[in-house]
Design a protein around this ligand. Sequence first.
Ligand SMILES: [Zn+2]
Length: 556
Amino acid sequence: MAIRVYEYGCGLGQIEGLEMALDKMRRRIDFWNRLVEIDNDVRARMDELLFAGERETELSSLRERLRTLLRSGSNVRSREAGGDVDKKSTAADELRSAIRAQLNDVKRVRKENAARHRGRLRQLDSERKCRIAEVQATAGLYWANRDEIRRKYEVARVRAMQQGRRLRPQPWNETGRIKVQFQRGLPVPKAFLQNGRLQIDPVPESAFQSPRFERRRLTRTRIRIRVNANEDRSPVWLTVPAVMHRPLPPGGSIRGVSFVRERIGLGFRHRVLFTVSELAFPDSSKPDKAVGVDLGWRLTTDGLRVAYWAGADGKRGELVLPTSDLTEFKRVGNLQATIVAAHEQARALVTAFRTRHAVPDELQDLMHEAEGSSAPGALLHLFEEWKTHRFAGDRYVFTKLRAWHKQYVHLWTWQANLRDQLLRRRRELYRRFAASLAERYGKIFVNDIPLRSLAVKPPETERIIPIQRQHRFIAAISILHRILQNACEKRGALLKRLKCEHATISCHLCGAVDAWNPRTSLNHRCSKCGRSWDQDYNAAMHALKTGMTLAAGVRA
Ligand SMILES: [Zn+2]
């Protein structure tokens, strides 16, 4: 059995029952926040019992030093990074080993404390479970939604404990998801009939075969999802107009349906996701064909190279984000820079005004906040209040603020839409690449890269990102890796991450390790065998060779 997700965008027309859906989304967040509150309270009391004294203080200061060091610049394997990376990584390694030693100490003492207070700890944990049960009973959520949050909490809780941090509450921003679930599965054909939890208006079979321009019209449908019940227990529906651009698999079984609401710019986007279990696809038609893939970003004359592959059949190729897309991504960055600059200017204006004029009481706190906050939210808030509290002498600065507001809304919407468009285009490109590799090859070997450090989103604190770092976010290698993984699962191909020693610098043809700086040139001529190669191709060949050796070893 394979579990697959089918995603449909919200089409034209009104969503009915959205208010109710929003109410449930808010309840999900409330529920989460109450779980977080209970968890943090209990954790704090447990920590008092377990606390290992000075050792812990020392450990957190070591961790802080490492964080500061890593934050002082790019620390990931970037092909574009400068030369001081090595020096920094030595210092980081030293800190890491100090942390490990200290951590072992802390763990030992904590274990002793845990043994000493075992009874009290058990009591605290059962208190936690009781309080959760109480909160759960009054959450006002269907079990599918409740269980989803509960599961998310259990996972997050364990991870937070391992990482020594606390869970964080979530703000309500009118986004989220709601879910219905079919524990034993709902056969796809039944979703098109009367059903208590899910109903889809039938889409004619012929619609999916019709030409592209007609398909969009013919595959319009309405999806009804139960969000609540009336007094007589009849369902209250959320009705979503949707475009079913590809059919649900007739033999599949629906496990769950989610309605998702996200913020795009100043508006919202709605999607419906079906989780469907199907009989697994047969194994890839070429189970023995292998390919090596090197993931990583590099600027070339054609654009941003994000992957290079080399097959055992002698074929090879690269995946490149075209220059035109890079330009667009940079435009997103420029828009952001403009937004930031305009905001700073407006802030300065408000400060200058306040030092010379008296301000009504109603606005004073908001103004103070707006001046101190680097996020535009506070200034937006001030502007909204100011509109209803105009006063003598504010004309000039208010007009300026209004102009800022107008420009901000315009730029922000533009930027958000552009980014959304670009991200979708990139996903499509990655998806096609992954599909074609997984169809052609049954074994895909990927150079091991630290995916976790290849963060997808820039940290919130950095509002303008230097161009080299931008490339890392634009390439989004971890997303490419995940898409590749999905494609392989779907087609029964094997995906394996491998550690290859000296993958960038040793010659895949003769094994010689030359002393050369791979950052200075893309191509390298091997000093031993005299042949030259593109270093990403070289890395892909290493992955292929290592993978094939490993596979042969397993078989023997
Ligand atoms: Zn060589």
